[in-house]
Design a protein around this ligand. Structure first.
Ligand code: HEC
Length: 168
C-alpha cells in the first residue's frame, strides 16, 4: 500500500473580475481562469532524505510553471475585453462598409448607424450590436463565424464611438 507515501495537491485558481462600462449599460466581463490544477501522487519511501529533497525541488518547479501559465493566459486574454474602436475601424471597413458606409444603411435606410436610429431600435449599446453582428438579422448577415469575438467587440465600440461623433 502507500505506507509513508505522500500525496500532494497543488492547485492554483486565478479569478479576475474586469467590470467595464459601455455607454451607461454595464458589461461585467468576468474572466475566470481555473489556470491549472495538478495533483501529484507519489510514493516515497520514508527515511530517504535525498528523494525527499528532490521531491521538494519538483514542487517548486511545478509552482513556477503554474504561475507562468496563469500569467501567460492573463496577458493574452485581457486585451480581448477592451473593445478597441481603432481596431474596430479596420473590421468595419472590411466587413460592414459595403452596406453601412458613412454610418448609413444602403439596404434598409431607416436602420442607419446614426445615434438617433440606434436608440430608436434599441441598438445603442455594445451588447445589442454584438448580438446582432454575431447572429445577423433580416438582410444583415451573421458574422459569428467570420469574425472573432474580440473583433466583434471592437467593431461595436467603433460603431458607438462614430454614432457619438455623428459619423464625421
Ligand atoms: C449585406 C449588408 C450588411 C452588412 C454587410 C452589414 N449590415 Fe448591418 N444591417 C444591415 C441591415 C439590412 C440592417 C437592418 C436589419 C433589420 O433590423 O432588419 C442592419 C442593421 C444594423 C444595425 C442596427 C441599426 C439600427 O438602426 O437598428 C447595426 C448596429 C449594424 N447593422 C451593424 C453592422 C456591422 C457592425 C456590420 C459589420 C460587422 C454590419 N452591420 C454589416 C445590413 C448589413
Amino acid at each position: 500500500m502507500r505506507e509513508g507515501g505522500k500525496s500532494k495537491s497543488l492547485s492554483l485558481t486565478l479569478e479576475i473580475q474586469n467590470p467595464k462600462t459601455f455607454k451607461g449599460s454595464l458589461t461585467a466581463c468576468r474572466l475566470t481562469m481555473a489556470a491549472a490544477q495538478l495533483t501529484i501522487m507519489e510514493d516515497i519511501a520514508p527515511n530517504k532524505p535525498l528523494l525527499q529533497r528532490e521531491h521538494d525541488e519538483m514542487k517548486k518547479l511545478i509552482t513556477v510553471i503554474l504561475l507562468g501559465i496563469a500569467i501567460f493566459t492573463f496577458a493574452f486574454s485581457s486585451p480581448a475585453l477592451a473593445g478597441d474602436a481603432a481596431d474596430g475601424a479596420k473590421v468595419f471597413s472590411a466587413n460592414c462598409a459595403s452596406c453601412h458606409a458613412g454610418g448609413k444603411n444602403l439596404v434598409n435606410a431607416a436602420k442607419s448607424l446614426k445615434k438617433a436610429d440606434l436608440e430608436k431600435y434599441d441598438m445603442y449599446s455594445a451588447e445589442a450590436i454584438i448580438a446582432q453582428v454575431t447572429k445577423g438579422k433580416g438582410a444583415m448577415p451573421a458574422f459569428g463565424k467570420r469574425l472573432k469575438p474580440n473583433q466583434i467587440e471592437d467593431v461595436a465600440a467603433y460603431v458607438l464611438s462614430q454614432a457619438d461623433n455623428g459619423w464625421k
